[in-house]
Write a protein that binds this ligand. Structure first.
Ligand SMILES: C[S@@+](CC[C@H](N)C(=O)[O-])C[C@H]1O[C@@H](n2cnc3c(N)ncnc32)[C@H](O)[C@@H]1O
Length: 279
């Protein structure tokens, strides 16, 4: 299971017993979604979940930093367009790929996307199950869910867990996923996203990038090196696969400048990439 570390964590900051202090802003989504207004109660709840996750699972940098509380999908320029379409046509389908705890799934629900339209998927159900405790919706969450690797052709092929969606998905979202994959796996992942999209469907997402592109830390199972694309190399890959109207933009949000200081130092200058690509 990918969430079980086969190697020591590459993050020098992944060892403290306590995470950083939670701000009120960190708790905005959780408070809106659960209806819990007592933020101190939520702080304690998050801390308990974080400790349980840390004891059992691979702790990605974004988990260590409690970034799973903050929805990422609203930060993408394409989201308003996808949201408007999904709200106006309940037949349109959306995937949250690499959903982890599922903060973006919950954000879409809060924003009015019909739960029937959403499929949340990840290589493992481990974080997702903790997400049901975190968001306190184990008995009410009505989105579709499917678990397996998007790099595996069988996952999206006929008869596979997502085979029934092949060629039918209007929007595929992948927040902060590509940078945990090897170069070969990014290619396979992108091919399978292309396949599952309907004609005219859009893949949009974010990932850590590097200028120049290159290998980075080891993947969680230790088998390969993760690959960080540059805007140019990711655009070329997506166009090669068949996507059109590909747009890849690099930026340097505050969280990234600190990552350049304390993440494993290899490859070029790290940036955050936001991409949009149409089938
Ligand atoms: C860095 S986390 C980002 C999670 C979340 N989307 C976010 O924005 O916070 C990367 C996620 O990708 C998932 N993942 C890794 N490899 C995957 C694969 N081959 N197929 C699907 N999901 C994968 C991980 O399990 C993890 O949940």
């Amino acid at each position: 299971m990918a969430s079980e570390p086969q190697q020591p964590s590459p993050y020098p900051y992944a060892t403290p017993d306590q995470p950083r202090q939670l701000t009120d802003e960190d708790l905005t989504l959780l408070s809106h979604y659960t209806g819990e207004k007592d933020l101190d109660k939520l702080r304690e709840h998050v801390l308990n979940i974080w400790k349980a996750v840390k004891a059992k699972l691979w702790v990605y940098a974004c988990i260590q930093r409690l970034m799973f509380l903050q929805p990422r999908i609203p930060t993408h320029d394409f989201y308003p367009q996808a949201l408007a379409a999904l709200k106006s046509d309940p037949d349109l389908l959306v995937l949250d790929i690499g959903c982890c705890f599922g903060q973006d799934t919950r954000q879409m629900i809060l924003d009015g996307v019909p739960t029937e339209s959403i499929t949340s998927t990840d290589i493992t159900s481990d974080y997702w199950e903790f997400g049901k405790d975190l968001f306190k919706d184990r008995d009410t969450l009505a989105v579709h869910e499917a678990f397996g690797s998007f790099t595996d052709p069988a996952f999206t092929a006929a008869g596979g867990p997502l085979g029934h969606l092949s060629g039918r998905v209007a929007f595929a979202w992948a927040g902060a996923v590509l940078h945990v994959l090897s170069e070969e796996d990014v290619r396979a992942f992108a091919k399978h996203v292309y396949k599952i999209l309907a004609s005219g469907g859009v893949w949009f997402g974010t990932c850590v990038g590097s200028e120049p592109a290159g290998e980075w830390a080891a993947t969680p199972n230790g088998d390969a090196k993760r690959y960080l694309h540059s805007p140019t190399s990711l655009k070329a890959l997506l166009q090669h696969i068949g996507f059109s109207q590909v747009d890849v933009v690099g930026s340097m949000p505050a969280e990234m400048s600190s990552m350049n200081d304390d993440m494993v130092q290899s490859g070029g200058q790290k940036t955050m990439l936001a991409y949009t690509a149409r089938k």
